[in-house]
Ligand binder design. Structure first.
Ligand code: NAD
Length: 484
């Protein structure tokens, strides 16, 4: 493990001169993973220059050749899946199996990008006699991705495979909490045959992000993170004339009606709010039961109580994040809510310096608590009971977020009604983490996303390219008798 965690520029690790550094520790046990070199704005120019230098040749390489690198990259990631999964687990705290599943999910976008030669051809029409119009897509230039801590490999893979397959060169600014995985991905891309300068990593925090957004040499940026930051980043990038797409936080509602299958629902709800220790933008956060569902809540509590942090559930990213989660549970208790199971006082033997919270199920009296409004981002589910499906939908619809919403029912008509009226971009029917599989793209609504389109799928191709419209007419001259 490197002591000073560097950037990756033009195919090589490189540390900024006299950087400010930040301690990076593993949430699993608090052990040190190294010192992160934070890139100051003055050090961004050489990174953009490296990406710019690689752009001409990469953008002129045919799309069929460009995706050969991604075919190889997919193979290499698969061959190194366990090692990569362990790295993600070490720096993020999730279980190794969860880490591997996230990487495999990211590979779905790599597969999609491998199909780009089949997806990107433009359109052609003879618009009047002898006159053709056609379209061709071009890359934007040097583009950037800014990513959060919770999926160190998958979220970057929502961005760079399509961006580089489309012919752009890419600068990734990973979360300062998980800086190691992207460096390994960079090595694997190089081993796959990616020319130097096409994929670069700059380490840093807010200051580095702002420098990226302000840099005139970067044409577009995608961002994934919390809503307040997504909004700031979107606005700053747009002001600087960039194409922007920023994905924000979430507060996902699951609705359970009395005809739901008890076992399927209980297992599924628990894995939705405890998977990745609840640190997923698709995790269940509010459970709205309609009518008499007490037996289903009992089953959920029973399943949740079997989950042991450090065994069936991973760690929370930092002590600060853990304390914030606990403050919401404290608040619920103070408000008189019932803690059906309480994960506040958790220690994992042998990992006393790790940061853990156990599964927590809170039954609220009404939906006025901040616990039901704010993104808690931990293994906590807030349960409320209402009388009708329309009341449940009204609560879900009132949330400013709009990533995911799910219903548990055995009635097709109820499911269809829910799908039509829920105010979210991704809907689950008896599925608690309804992440679409490519080519169905990932993207929420409302304050869970700023900008147009989804981040993957066809919209991803549109985001990373600009289209040229050509109108042509050729007149065969009399002298061209060799045509006869
Ligand atoms: P975050 O917003 O704190 O950080 C995200 C990135 O922004 C990091 O690279 C960070 O360095 C940078 N950053 C932080 N503050 C900044 C500022 N003021 N100005 C500019 N850049 C700044 O998010 P996080 O804590 O790393 O990740 C968790 C959040 O991400 C949750 O809200 C979660 O819901 C969200 N998320 C959303 C999706 C989605 O698809 N919508 C997916 C994963 C995570």
């Amino acid at each position: 493990m490197p002591d000073l965690i560097p950037n990756y520029v033009h195919g090589q690790t490189r540390s900024p001169a006299s950087p400010t550094t930040l301690d990076v520790t593993s949430p699993i046990d608090g052990s040190s993973l190294g010192q992160l070199a934070l890139t100051p704005p003055s050090e961004l120019d050489p990174v953009v220059a490296a990406a710019r230098g690689a752009f001409t040749s990469w953008s002129r390489t045919s799309v069929k050749e460009r995706v050969q690198v991604l075919f190889k990259f997919k193979q290499l990631v698969e061959q190194n899946l366990h090692e990569l999964g362990d790295l993600v687990s070490r720096e993020n705290g999730k279980l190794p199996a969860e880490a591997r599943a996230g990487i495999e999910k990211g590979l779905e976008v790599v597969e999609y990008a491998c199909a780009l030669p089949q997806l990107i051809p433009g359109e052609l029409l003879e618009v009047s006699s002898g006159v053709d119009c056609y379209t061709r897509r071009y890359p934007l230039g040097v583009v950037a991705g800014i990513t959060p801590f919770n999926f160190p490999a998958m979220v970057p893979m929502w961005m760079f495979p399509l961006a580089i397959a489309c012919g752009n060169t890419f600068i990734l600014k990973p979360s300062e909490q998980v800086p190691l995985t992207p460096l390994r991905l960079a090595e694997l891309l190089k081993e796959s045959g990616l020319p130097d300068g096409v994929f670069n990593v700059v380490q840093g925090d807010r200051t580095t992000v702002e420098a990226i957004l302000d840099h005139p040499g970067i044409a577009a940026a995608a961002f994934v993170g919390s809503t307040p930051v997504a909004k700031l980043v979107y606005e700053r990038g747009i002001r600087a004339g960039k194409r922007m797409l920023t994905l924000g936080g979430a507060k996902n509602h699951l609705v359970v009606v009395p005809d739901a299958d008890v076992e399927v629902t209980a297992r599924n709800v628990v894995s939705s709010f405890t998977g990745c220790a609840g640190q997923r933008c698709m995790a269940a956060s509010v459970l709205i039961t309609v009518g008499d569902c007490g037996h289903i809540i009992d089953a959920i509590v029973a399943h949740a109580q079997k989950i042991r942090p450090g065994h069936e559930m991973g760690a929370i990213i930092s002590a600060k994040a853990r304390d914030r989660i606990i403050s919401y549970i404290d608040l619920a208790e103070k408000e008189g809510a019932t803690l059906r199971t309480d994960g506040r006082r958790v220690t994992v033997p042998g990992k006393e310096h790790g940061t853990y919270v156990g599964p927590t199920v809170i039954e609220h009296k009404d939906h006025s608590s901040k616990c039901l409004q704010d993104e808690i981002f931990g293994p906590v589910i807030s349960v409320i009971n209402v009388k009708t499906l329309d009341e449940a939908l009204a609560i879900e619809n009132a949330s400013p977020y709009g990533n995911a919403a799910s219903i548990y029912t055995t009635s097709g008509a109820v499911a269809r009604y829910f799908e039509q009226h829920a105010n979210a971009g991704m809907i689950g029917i008896n599925i608690g983490v309804p992440v679409p599989r490519e080519p169905f793209a990932f993207g929420g609504w409302n304050d869970s996303k700023f900008g147009v389109g989804d981040i993957t799928g066809k919209d991803g191709i549109a985001f990373w390219t600009k289209s040229k419209k050509v109108t042509e007419k050729w007149t065969a001259g009399a002298a061209r008798n060799w045509m006869a």
